[in-house]
Structures are given as structure tokens and as C-alpha cells.
Write a protein that binds this ligand. Sequence first.
Ligand code: FRU
Length: 502
Amino acid sequence: YSPIRNHAEELAKAEAGVDQLDLERVDRWYPKFHIASNGGWINDPNGLCRYKGRWHVYYQLHPYGTQWGPMHWGHVSSADMVSWRRDPIAMAPSLEEDKDGVFSGSAVVDDQGKLRFYYTGHRWNNGRNDADGQWQVQMLADAIDDDAIKLEKRGMVIDCPREKVDSHFRDPKVWKQDGVWHLIHGVSTADHRGQIWDYTSKDMVNWTFQNVLFDDPNPDVFMLECPDFFPLKDKNGDTKWVIVFSAMGSKAKGYMNRNENNAGYMIGTWKPGEAFKPETEFRLLDCGANYYAPQSFEADGRRIMYGWMSPFSENAPMQSDGWCGQMTLPRECYLGEDDDLHTVPVPEIDKLRINTFEHVARPIEANEETLIDEDAEAVEIELNIDLKDTTAERAGLKVHATPDGSCTYVAYDAQAATVVVDRLAAARGDRGYRAARLTDEELSADELKLRVYVDRGSVEVYVNDGRHVLSSYSYPSEGKRAVKLSAESGVLAVNKLTLHDM
Ligand code: FRU
């Protein structure tokens, strides 16, 4: 740990290396209201915070191409979480420890009010001669201006005990608990188990290994990326701890784990110095086709989370437009009456609404398709389905419906007791539907509430006030993008249908 050569030169080079997008030309799938790359590849949200009156989202960035590559930190900031300013690239590889990548990490404000960042320094050679040799260590950097634009690297704070670790050792998350700083990160152990380790510190620089916070019982999982850990109050006012991680290696089963890697959570209890005690099984944070590496932060008494809409293991046709990757909307996390985690868009997002149209509710006949909006490029749709009077086998919304007949279908499937997002032909070869399974309680309720955010290249579906979420890319073809109501083999009864142009 010592102040060392910084990254000014590398930053200038990276900034010049970004192929700035011509947004007029590439607006077919480029988001209107999601944070996205302005050229190059982006992945995980990093360093999320509210600092001196501004919201900050940093993100994993490869400025020199639309594929994953040597990682930098890109940066956007905002006064209102709605309109974002593109700030200069914040970090670039420049030190021996991070020469092949400035990997994911988090932000924290210290007791003097200084904004500090912990991140992973990545280099390919671990000095052990194994094929996938990576050497990953935890690093510190500090913001040196009020807008958190200039970051000064401080160097390594935790080296990797390479005899105990199988290459993966990354993604620090830091917070203060009962007067002690904690840093947790993900580990793949020498015997390929996915674990989360907890370090503690008094001065934020010298860290001591405390204990294994979590050892994933799933034998298929070999690494837990981007761990997060935070308390929430349950309905009785008791504190529960939520552990979040992005699991590598999990296998698909039923509706679970359908993506290459899958991000989810468990709810339980924790005392500092002890392991986390889960009281639930692993559940997905988002059942969509494109979701990974979420990170949360606390601001204004809220727990807010961003995730990355990941196109891993899919065609990513926006790459031919010169960009790849976007964030989900910011979601507030809370424990519901059902004791489960809910995530809903923060109310700030409502400020994006330009016009609102209330549709008169009426039952829709069997197999009928009803045109609701003939050109909805960016729109929020609230659809409350009357479960008592709906007899259709499947019913819901067709969005991104283009003249060639393709669409993405957001449907309540009464037989399978799910909400599905089926990218019928709007996935450019990545067909594959995703489903969220409804609970018995949800199925016996009077209505099912869907809130659907349609952006130019994605669909985000919130079911029953964020009890389930599904985020998927969707790439509509040429022509106007309609929204239709659809009911198969029966009637869809609608309690509420509201559209907000965004
Ligand atoms: C998750 C991840 C992190 C890592 C970063 C590298 O998507 O693999 O574990 O820090 O991305 O870009």
C-alpha cells in the first residue's frame, strides 16, 4: 500500500479509443431510458453511490471493442437518477496488479466523508503455470474531487492466498458494521467451491481475514461473483440479512438457472464473526434471459439495486451497431408481507412518463388480438389482470410487435401458473422463453399485476409489485412497434390498462 503511479496516460488513451456512437444511426435498439455503453462493451455496475448530491454509476467497460476485453471503469452521474451525464472514464489498467483489468468493485464513504473504491486488480499470469492462471487481488482507489470524476489509485490492500484459491478471487463489497469495516468478496477455493470470504479492518487499509461468510452448498457452483450482503426489516420489524451473489456453474432445473450464470439471493440471519445462516433456498433475483452481476447501495434510507442486462452466451446483435450492454432500471429492495424479497423501480423513474393513456377496461374475447398502441418505442404499461374472470389459457401483452409478425410476448400462463417472457421472433436467433413461477397465494388472489417497461431493445417485467422480475433483450425488426392485448382459448379480463409514453 503506497501512493503509486496513476493512470492518466491510460485514461486519455482509452477515452480517445472509444468509437463514439452516432445515436441517430444506431437508435433501433439503443435504449431511450436505460444506462448503456456509448461505444464499446460494458458489463457489471460498479461503485454505486450517492455522493455530494449526485448519483453515481460506474461500470465495467472495454472501450476498444464490443466484446469483453481488458476492463476499465466507465462512469455516468445524475442529479435525479433519470437524466445521466457521461463522465470521463474513471479507471484504466495501469499497475502491475491490475495490468490486465480493473475488475468489479464497490464504493463506500469513510468517516471523514471521503469516497473510496475497492475493486479487483486482475492479471492473467498467476505464476503457477496452470491454464486459466489468473491472479486477482483487492485494490483501493479514492475520489479526489466532489464529482467523483478523478480517482487516485492507492494500490493493493489484499493479496490472494494462491495455495487456497483456484484463480477466482474478486469483487469486493465494503460496509461498516458495529464500528468495524467489513470487506467481502467471491472465491473459488482450491477444491472448486464457491465461497464468500469476510475480512475486517479498523483503518480501511489493513485487512484481516475473519471467516468464510458463506459456503455454497450447491456442488455444481464453483465461484460466487459479485457478492452483496445487506440487512432489511421484515414485516415484524426484525432484521433479516440478504446475501446476493452471481453463481458460476449452476445447472438449469425446471424454471431455475436457465442462463449461463445466474444471480440470486438467500434470506437469513447473521452475527459479525459468524457465517451467514440461510433460512431460504437460493432464488433468482430476476428470471429474465439477460440479468447478472447486480450490486446494491444504500441512500436516503433505501436499498437500491442495479443489475447488468447480460447478453452472455447469446447473439448480441447490437454489437454490429458499435455498442453492447446496458443496466436494468434502479430497483428498490424490500421484504414483502410474504417475507420474500421484492424489487421495484424507484419512484424517480415515474418522472420519465411523458403522456398517460387510461384504457377502458373490458373483457377481451377468445383468441382476440386488440391493438392498444400502434407505435410504442419506449413505454411503460400497467396491466392488471382479473384472475377471477379470465378464462384464457394464456393471455397478456405483445410488445415490439412489428409488421413482419414478430413480437415479444409477456403472458400470464394459467396452465403452467407462470408469467412468461417469450421473445417469439424478436430475439435474433435467441428464442427461448423465461418464466417466473407464481405462488399459490398469487394464484388465488383476485388480480395479477404486471408493470412492463418496453425500451427500444429490452423488456423489463415486474410482477405483483416486484415479487418477480424478468429482464430480457428484445430486438424488434423494421417498422412501427405495436402493443397488443392477446388472449388464447378464452377470455382475458382486464381491471386496469394504463400506458405511459416515456
Ligand atoms: C461478473 C464479472 C466479475 C468481474 C467482472 C470482470 O460479470 O466476471 O466477477 O469482476 O465481471 O469484467
